[in-house]
Design a protein around this ligand. Structure first.
Ligand SMILES: *Cc1c(COP(=O)(O)O)cnc(C)c1O
Length: 311
C-alpha cells in the first residue's frame, strides 16, 4: 500500500485502468442528416464506441468501477451466446491480467463448436461454464447462485451480474450524462438491462431528458430502471422516458428493413452501426423525428454505445 498520484491509498492489487488509456470524455460529433435537418433538429453522435477498442462503449463505463472493486480477484459474470458484455469482460481480464469465468445461458452450447463471440472470450482467457436455461433464469436466487458458482469453480470470485448492471456500474454511467450537460435537449440510448440509461439520466443537467429504446420485448424495463436507480442513488433521478416500439421482435432479432437501414446509415455517415442495439436506436430516432416528437431548434444526441463485432 502507498499513496497514489491522486493522493489516495492504492493497493498493488487494484488494476490500473488509466494505463489502458480510455478516450474520455468520448467525442461528440455532428451527423448532418436531412431526415433531421428538414425538421429543424440537429443530430449529434456521442462516440462511446471510441472509448477503447476492446472495452467498448458503455461496457467500459460499467466495468471500470467493478474491476477496481474486484481488487485483483477473479471475475465471474453471466451472459448469452452473443453477449457484448461477456466479450468485454474477457478482454478486460486479458488486458489487466485477471482470471475471468463466464456463465453462459444454454447447456446445449457446450456440445457445439463455439460461435465467434464465445471463441473470442476463450481466446481472451475466459473460462466458460454452460448452464441450462431454467437454472440460468434462477441465477439470482441465492441458493441457485451458490450452486452455479461452485459448479463453475468460481467461489470467492467477484460477481458481476448479467449485462454488468449493478449499483457501481450505474454510478459509473452517470459520467456519460455529465459529459453531455448543456450539449443536448434529448439524449437517446439503446437499452438492454437499462443500467446505462439509469446512470445517464442521473448525470444530465436541468432541462435535459434521456430517451431509452429497449431492444428486448417485454415492457418490464421501466421498473428495472427505477430499481437500478434506487439501488445506485437511493431513489429516482433525472428525467427519462422509454419508447418500446423498436425491438424488432426481441434481442438479436432483425428484419431486412432494419439491416438496410443500418447499412444506409453507415454509408451516409461513415460510422459503423452495431446491429444488436445501435441500429434499433437510430431507426427509432428517425421514426420519432418524423413524428415530430423532437422540437424544432433542438439537439438530439444518439449514444453510439458499441461497435460491430469483428467488423
Ligand atoms: C450492453 C449494450 C447496451 C445495453 O446496455 P444496458 O446498460 O444493459 O442497457 C447497449 N448498447 C450496446 C452496444 C451494448 O453492448
Amino acid at each position: 500500500m502507498g499513496p497514489g498520484d491522486n493522493g489516495q491509498v492504492t493497493s498493488p492489487d487494484v488494476p490500473d485502468l488509466s494505463a489502458l488509456r480510455p478516450r474520455l470524455p468520448s467525442p461528440l460529433q455532428e451527423a448532418a442528416d436531412e431526415r433531421f435537418t428538414r425538421r429543424g433538429v440537429r443530430l449529434l453522435l456521442k462516440r462511446d464506441d471510441l472509448i477503447h477498442p476492446e472495452l467498448i462503449g458503455n461496457k467500459w463505463r460499467k466495468l471500470a468501477p467493478n474491476l477496481t472493486a474486484a481488487a485483483g480477484r477473479p471475475i465471474v459474470t453471466f451472459g448469452g451466446a452473443y453477449s457484448n458484455h461477456l466479450r468485454a469482460t474477457a478482454a478486460a481480464g486479458r488486458l489487466l491480467g485477471l482470471p475471468t469465468v463466464g456463465v453462459v445461458r444454454g447447456q446445449e452450447l457446450a456440445e457445439r463448436p463455439l460461435n465467434p463471440s464465445l471463441a473470442r472470450c476463450v481466446a481472451d482467457g475466459m473460462r466458460l461454464h454452460f448452464v441450462d436455461r431454467s437454472t440460468y433464469r434462477r441465477k439470482t436466487d441465492p441458493e441457485t447462485r451458490v450452486a452455479i458458482l461452485r459448479a463453475a469453480g468460481a467461489q470467492g470470485a467477484y460477481v458481476v451480474p448479467e449485462g454488468g448492471s449493478n449499483a457501481l456500474a450505474v454510478r459509473g454511467c452517470r459520467a456519460l450524462g455529465e459529459e453531455l450537460r448543456g450539449q443536448a435537449d434529448v439524449v437517446a440510448i439503446a437499452c438492454g438491462t437499462g443500467g446505462t440509461l439509469a446512470g445517464l439520466a442521473a448525470g444530465l443537467g436541468p432541462g435535459q431528458r434521456a430517451l431509452g429504446i429497449p431492444v428486448l420485448k417485454g415492457g418490464f424495463l421501466g421498473d428495472d430502471v427505477r430499481g437500478l436507480q434506487a439501488e445506485a442513488f437511493g431513489g429516482p433521478r433525472g428525467d427519462w422516458w422509454l419508447d418500446e416500439r423498436f425491438h424488432f421482435g426481441g434481442y438479436a432479432r432483425s428484419t431486412p428493413e432494419l439491416d438496410a437501414f443500418a447499412e444506409d446509415f453507415e454509408e451516409r455517415h461513415g460510422v459503423p452501426v452495431e446491429r444488436l442495439y445501435v441500429a434499433k436506436l437510430l431507426y427509432g430516432l428517425v421514426v420519432l423525428v418524423e413524428e415530430g416528437v423532437f422540437e424544432a431548434g433542438g439537439v438530439v444526441v444518439a449514444v453510439v454505445t458499441g461497435a460491430p463485432f469483428g467488423g
